[in-house]
Ligand binder design. Structure first.
Ligand code: SAH
Length: 649
């Protein structure tokens, strides 16, 4: 025989008390109602699980916690008259009946409603009336109510329910898309006014009826998509010379951050190239700073500035993920930049710079090579200092573990001292070649940052991410100086203002875009990029070969789905110019983030994040369908394609 008393007591303690249900009345009522009587006999043994259970007709009896939470949020008292919309099994109505004088509950499904009525009467709940109607219209016969609790989710708040609230009455209702919602509390503050607060994210079955969802369409999403369609600026084809001019407004800003929702989509590279060319050619931007390692970008920079490259110049971008920069789309832009720079005065050339810190090995080599030329004795000291890191040069991700086991002493002091020494000799060294010194000090800073990064990365918390984005920002600041204008290419996760994404809200992570906004305000503009489906170049795991993978159509509760339904592509959404669009889209929802690794099997968990998109970005560029980039000698695929400088071979 199952011990339901025991299970119920445990449920009260583990699922309710520990999660913030404190109202003694609610706890007592939850302790009295026999939940096992509200489910089919074969499900009785699961009656006190922390989950919703099926009750037939595609409906569920709500999870105990959510029943208790809604009732607690409704702040009901013993003399109250309450309306519940969505009787289902009748369980929540029974809990309410334990607490208040009079309960009305409405259910649209006749069979469920009748079964619940029968059950409640057998259990002796004589203060509950079950009505079988469309509850989106409330139950005017018994209105007004002190509280209304809606157990199914609506696209917006049904007017009749607000109207049926007593003065001071509370309405608790999940509002949102069909598969993700926020629980909202409305309080009637006067005959005509209501206050509203958000109680957090929830998931309910849909409220179907006149003032809820249409039986078979998602009206709200349609309305939103219509608005988006009307607000979209249609963009010309990518190879149309007018494409770049559509972004002329960005020239008002000093820092233009261009994102991407994957690290391997051709359209994002080509669109960013078109915008970049326009900003460089027509608006005086002279820095292209990308999410690539400094020493590798420096090799490319020599190419675009048409400088001779040294005999033993290393080959750029040998580290995973090589396709991110060794691809045809990037190569085309670099060739254009070189053409632009040829014949220009030194100061008027557009530079290609790397903001990232992974290539510690390359940076160490670059510092030593520099010092060998200018100060061989200092080179010997640097080699000695950096020797401490040699065992990890090729596999720096294991450095943190080694430091942790204390088998090795952290190389922290050595790399910081090296960086300080170099900076201290600035005047001596700079007189030989200002540009070369800047490059060397940047590499020395990279080594110090990378040492720190790999040391703390092992702990897997937010600090490693934050250190990396701060280093990117600091590098950008040094490049910008007092008057330069820069275009920045980095993933959406770096350019989005993290204060408006799950990264900042629940993981304490900051972002390059956030630091730019905090440091430069309206001088900076953040442009995100996204698509609905197609193909992408990515790897199944870190350090695995790249492949062309198909990208699943985006989740039904995502921004991508709204943009897809709007049916305009390619398109530009400008949240600075269009306040209405910004405010309609500001309630956070899912956005897809694919990096160098794409795991389609676990897509929702691995690649989606809750974002308030129009707050995290100033504008968004949309391609409904997008295709994989073409790697140049790509990590095991497409071998044999002829390669050119700057990518070596
Ligand atoms: N409170 C219930 C769970 C309800 S599930 C319990 O604990 O058992 C949501 C219920 O809302 C379903 O039974 C569904 O049929 C009902 N429903 C959906 N739209 C409705 C509408 N417009 N009016 C009344 N009930 C509705």
């Amino acid at each position: 025989m199952l011990d339901f008393e025991f299970s119920r007591a445990r449920m009260i303690k583990n699922q309710l008390s520990r999660r913030g249900i404190t109202d003694p009345g609610v706890l007592a009522a939850m302790g009295k109602v026999r939940r096992e009587s509200f489910v089919a006999p074969d499900l009785a043994e699961f009656a006190y699980e922390d989950a919703p259970l099926t009750i037939g007709f595609g409906q569920t009896i709500s999870q105990p916690f959510i029943v208790a939470a809604m009732i607690q949020h409704a702040r009901i008292g013993p003399e109250d008259k309450v309306l519940e919309v969505g009787t289902g099994s009748g369980y929540a109505a029974a809990v309410l009946a334990e607490l208040v004088r009079e309960v009305h509950t409405v259910e649209r499904n006749r069979r469920l409603g009748e079964a619940a009525r029968e059950r409640l009467s057998q259990l002796g709940y004589d203060n509950v009336s079950v009505h079988i109607v469309d509850g989106t219209g409330g139950w005017p016969e018994a209105a007004p109510f002190d509280a209304i609790i809606v157990a199914a989710s609506a696209p917006s708040i049904p007017e009749p329910l607000k109207e049926q609230l007593e003065l001071g009455g509370r309405l608790i209702i999940p509002i949102g898309s069909e598969d993700r919602q926020h629980l909202i509390r409305i309080v009637r503050t006067s005959a005509t006014t209501f206050s509203q607060d958000d109680l957090g994210r929830v998931m309910f079955v849909p409220l179907i009826g006149r003032h809820g969802w249409n039986e078979n369409s998602t009206q709200h999403a349609r309305a939103l998509s219509l608005l988006v369609a009307n607000s979209a600026t249609a963009l010309p084809a990518l190879d149309d010379p007018l494409f770049g001019t559509m972004f002329d407004r960005l020239a008002e800003h000093r820092i233009v951050l261009l994102g991407e929702s994957t690290h391997g989509t051709s359209e994002f590279y080509r669109a960013r190239a078109a915008v970049t060319k326009r900003l460089v050619e027509a608006h005086g931007f002279r820095i292209v700073a990308v999410e690539a390692d400094w020493p590798d970008a420096a090799i490319v920079d020599r190419f675009v500035c048409d400088r001779p490259h040294p005999q033993k110049e290393p080959v750029a971008f040998q580290r995973f993920p090589r396709w991110m920069w060794r691809n045809r789309e990037t190569s085309e832009l670099l060739t254009w930049l070189k053409g632009f720079n040829i014949g220009r005065a030194e100061a008027d050339r557009c530079r290609f710079r790397g903001l990232d810190i992974y290539n510690m090995h390359g940076a160490i080599d670059a510092v030593i090579t520099y010092l060998e030329k200018i100060d061989p004795r200092a080179a010997a000291v640097a080699r000695e200092r950096y020797g401490c890191l040699t065992p990890w040069q090729n596999e720096p991700s294991t450095y943190g573990r080694a430091v942790l086991t204390k088998a090795y002493k952290a190389c922290e002091d050595a790399v910081i001292q090296q960086c300080r020494d170099l900076l201290a000799r600035r005047l001596d060294y700079e007189s030989a070649d200002v540009g070369a010194f800047f490059d060397a000090q940047q590499n020395a800073r990279l080594v110090a940052a990378a040492e720190h990064y790999y040391r703390i990365m092992y702990y897997g918390n937010a600090s490693a991410w934050n250190l990396r984005d701060r280093q990117m920002f600091d590098t950008l600041e040094r490049l910008l100086g007092a008057k330069e204008k820069a275009v920045v290419w980095a993933h959406n996760s770096h350019v989005a203002d993290a204060r408006h994404t799950e990264m900042g809200a629940s993981r304490d992570e900051l972002s390059l875009g956030q630091l730019c906004r905090e440091g430069h305000g309206a001088e900076c503009a953040i442009v995100g990029f996204g698509s609905y489906e197609g193909t992408v170049t990515a790897a199944h795991d870190w350090n695995r070969p790249s492949e062309t993978m198909s990208v699943a159509p985006a989740h039904s509760a995502s921004y991508e789905r709204i943009f897809h339904d709007a049916g305009v592509s390619p398109a530009l959404f400008d949240f600075i110019a269009d306040e209405a669009l910004k405010s309609e889209l500001s309630t956070s929802r899912l956005q897809r983030f694919i990096g160098v690794v794409y795991r389609r099997e676990t897509e929702l968990r691995s690649h989606y994040m809750e974002v308030a998109l129009p707050l995290a970005f100033d504008a968004f560029v949309w391609f409904d369908r997008s295709e994989a980039i073409t790697p140049i000698d790509g990590d095991g695929v497409r071998r044999g394609v002829p390669d050119t400088f700057p990518f070596g071979l």
